[in-house]
Design a protein around this ligand. Structure first.
Ligand code: FAD
Length: 286
């Protein structure tokens, strides 16, 4: 079996590399600051995302009827690999777009698709992922943020945490607890689209150990989410969440980013000397 990329795939990889070389500042390789940390980085990120959208890379694999290009998943994997390797500023947003578009395309109704997909394709509407809570991380099924059906909406109360980019996001996709009495745990959650401007939402930025401030906590205080923002069937939010987590965690970027760090480490130990000897030749370092 031949595992090499085809000529067409290699051509595409070069196209992505050329694009990155043109879009990123010349000193970018030495930078690597988290994209949402300052307004300046955010400006750069937005410009980058718009440029990606112009290439059609925000809607790369979608069906043509929704403005996509129906490109093969292999090319999508190459794109993810290169974006991560070069530490493109838009990585987080690009992944969340992949997740929200998969949610809409697989579980959304026609109205939800027509309403939300164009903004993603244009690279203009930003989404955050409201999965984790103080008591629900690896154990996502323990989600406690409550959504209670009332009149024409669901009333939402509770707290999400580690919501990357919530302070910049226009919308959030989140599994919420609608049916705590369901016989199976996997039927207790439902997936919602939440407009971040809805009254009752408070976003606080959290500073991480590395000094970045793009992680947030999001509080919901009697937030009224219209019923039409429920995605898919009520009680099937766990299924949708598993599909999305699968997309997120299988991203090729998770392999190429560490590869880049390893390459930099090798360069560092070759170039840096201690007592006149490169670190790479120091038995302790080796
Ligand atoms: C940079 C960053 C960005 C993030 N962005 C987002 C975001 O945008 N949206 C969002 O919703 N979340 C986000 N998260 C949260 C992330 O998804 C959670 O951190 C993750 O789900 C793990 O949850 P936790 O931190 O509560 O850890 P825990 O679930 O408390 O796990 C802590 C440790 O215990 C281990 N552990 C847990 N359960 C078991 C078990 N049963 N048996 C053995 N070991 C176990 C885990 O492997 C881990 O090592 C982000 C996290 C990071 C670091």
């Amino acid at each position: 079996m031949d595992f090499r990329f085809t000529e067409e795939q290699e051509r595409f990889r070069h196209e992505v590399k050329d694009f990155l070389a043109k879009q990123l500042p010349s000193d970018w390789l030495h930078g690597g600051a988290p994209e949402e940390e300052t307004d300046e980085w955010w400006e750069l990120t937005q410009n980058f995302l718009r440029a990606m959208a112009e290439k059609g890379w925000t809607s790369f694999t979608w069906p043509k009827e929704y403005g996509g290009q129906e490109r093969p998943l292999w090319e999508d994997a190459i794109l993810g690999e290169e974006l991560a390797f070069w530490r493109a500023p838009a990585m987080d947003y690009w992944y969340r777009w992949k997740m929200i578009s998969a949610l809409l395309l697989n579980f959304g109704d026609e109205e939800q698709k027509r309403k939300h997909l164009p903004g993603i394709a244009r690279g203009e509407v930003y989404w955050c992922q409201g999965f984790s809570e103080p008591g629900a991380g690896s154990d996502l099924g323990a989600v406690q943020v409550r959504a209670v059906e009332k009149d024409d909406c669901y009333v939402v109360n509770g707290q999400k945490i580690w919501t990357t980019g919530a302070h910049r996001a226009h919308w959030c996709f989140a599994p919420l607890l609608t049916d705590p009495d369901a016989p199976k745990r996997s039927r207790m959650l439902s997936m919602f689209l939440i407009d971040m401007k809805t009254p009752g939402i408070t976003v606080n930025r959290l500073e991480s150990m590395e000094g970045a401030a793009h992680l947030c906590e999001v509080f919901f205080d009697d937030v009224r989410v219209p019923k039409e923002n429920l995605v898919g069937e009520r009680g099937r939010g766990w299924l949708a969440a598993m599909v999305l987590v699968n997309i997120e965690r299988s991203g090729t970027g998770f392999a190429s980013l560490p590869q880049r760090i390893l390459e930099e480490l090798v360069e560092f130990v070759k170039d840096t000397k201690r007592n006149g000897v490169p670190l790479a030749q120091d038995p302790l370092i080796r």
